[in-house]
Design a binder for this molecule. Structure first.
Ligand code: SF4
Length: 438
């Protein structure tokens, strides 16, 4: 079986799909690979490749991590017409299968992918059995737990642009937490109307959010605890080696620092030589453990391991926008965090990476629906005052993306039902900048 996913073509792993293919192969005896589809892929050639691959095999094909790509959905449609059974798994499978609520009354809303997928699967892959793979017209849903199947065949990943290429993974992933701990954080925030609709009678609305308000991942999965230490070490031990050391890997956990020192100690005890650990980490984790970081980095330096703060979700440098995002941090917290990193960088040099020119890419969301002269001035002033342009500001900001299944999607639907104003849809995304006034 092939599991297709979105892929950038960079040599990074795609953990969920690779674990799923490994499960099918090792536990269900279904030979399986993952094929990451690059943007601008040749449809004609991929159809030829699929045709060759499936000769003499059962025509069941899976998709995961679609990333809102309409070209991939078009491919699913075509395969279904050719008689394949199509399965949707991975993040947002449930929400993308069902689509938005009330599409009968709101015809412009995303109607879901029920018409192109025979089966959607939400939850850990190890709950799937061979009997499920031929089912049609339903969503199977199983709860997440922290004891999920986590074996990875690191040689099962290919990319496809105009021909399949086996990918030599150079950045792996290791699961340390199932879901995001911050997703347990329930808040209700009052959101003003988008700036361009202020004069249109759109009211302030209360929106409920668990975790960050724009995050579809946390809403989809929630939080189910930390993976046991020995299972984390087993994952690390299974990573490919290059020049006698494990390839760099991303530790999947938004609050990773409390585990980091122990992880380094355990690696040393098991004689596992690491090269680099990438952290996708929240500001409050860095601030809460600023004093522990000195000890952790001393250990990393001793082992000649690099610790990279690869992606810190700063998201904005304006307190009002941070509050609308339900980020749970302030600009003062961000300043404290950046000062900590700069101080540690002076001491630990190449063992600590966090800068843009070292490969880090931190979150900065702009534009947003609430940008006005006040927020823009505050952001620019803070960037200048705290010299964020020197090290942490990414080359490009990212526009606010509203996935239909995020809590911001609920906000947009509330505006639509209260005012009659509708917003454009582009696949699974809501075009907040594109209101249609009645
Ligand atoms: S954006 Fe990051 S920190 Fe916020 S809820 Fe999502 S995963 Fe968690």
């Amino acid at each position: 079986m092939i599991i297709f996913t979105h892929h950038t073509g960079e040599p990074h792993s795609i953990l969920g799909a690779q674990v799923a293919a490994t499960f099918f192969q090792r536990r269900l005896s279904i030979p399986s690979i993952v094929v990451g589809i690059e943007r601008n892929f040749s449809k004609e050639r991929i159809l030829g490749f699929i045709n060759d691959y499936y000769t003499g095999k059962e025509k069941v094909v899976a998709f995961s991590h679609l990333c809102g790509r309409k070209d991939i959905i078009g491919l699913v449609q075509e395969l279904r017409e050719k008689g394949f059974i199509t399965i949707l798994g991975g993040p947002q499978a449930r929400q993308d299968y069902h689509g938005e609520p009330d599409t009968d009354s709101y015809a412009h809303r995303f109607r879901g992918l029920k018409s192109v997928f025979d089966l959607a699967f939400q939850g850990p892959v190890d709950r799937l059995g061979p009997e499920h793979l031929g089912m049609r017209g339903l969503l199977l849903e199983y709860p997440w737990t922290k004891n999920i199947f986590l074996e990875v065949d690191w040689s099962n990943l290919y990319t496809f642009s105009d021909t399949p290429k086996k990918l030599d993974v150079r950045l792996g992933q290791v699961l340390n937490a199932v879901g995001c701990p911050y997703a347990s954080n329930l808040q209700v925030v009052t959101l003003p109307p988008p700036v361009n609709l202020r004069e249109r009678g759109v009211p302030e609305l209360n929106v409920r959010s668990e975790g960050c308000i724009f995050c579809d991942v946390s809403r989809d999965k929630g939080y189910h605890g930390s993976v046991d230490r020995d299972r984390v070490m087993t994952q690390i031990a299974g990573l490919p080696n290059v020049d006698g050391r494990k390839i760099p890997f991303e530790l999947i956990d938004e609050y990773p620092i409390r585990h980091l020192g122990k992880l380094l100690e355990d690696a040393e005890r098991h004689k596992i030589r690491l090269s680099q650990i990438d952290l996708v980490c929240r500001v409050d984790d860095i601030n809460a453990h600023a004093s522990d970081l000195t000890e952790i980095l001393t250990l990393a330096q001793k082992q000649d391991v690099k610790i990279m703060f690869a992606s810190i979700g700063f998201e904005s440098f304006c307190d009002r926008l941070l509050q609308y995002f339900c980020k749970g941090i302030t600009v003062a917290d961000i300043v404290k965090c950046v000062e900590t990193l700069r101080r540690l960088k002076d001491r630990f040099g190449s063992n600590l990476l966090y800068r843009r020119d070292e490969g880090a890419n931190h979150g900065f969301i702009r534009p947003t629906p609430w940008d006005d002269s006040e927020t823009l001035q505050e952001i620019d002033r803070n960037i200048f005052l705290h010299r964020f342009f020197e090290d942490i500001l990414p080359e490009h900001s990212t526009p606010l993306i509203i996935h239909h299944a995020s809590y911001l999607g609920d906000w947009i639907r509330q505006i639509e039902s209260r005012t009659g104003i509708t917003f454009g849809r582009d696949g699974t995304w809501i075009e907040w900048w594109n209101p249609v006034l009645q």
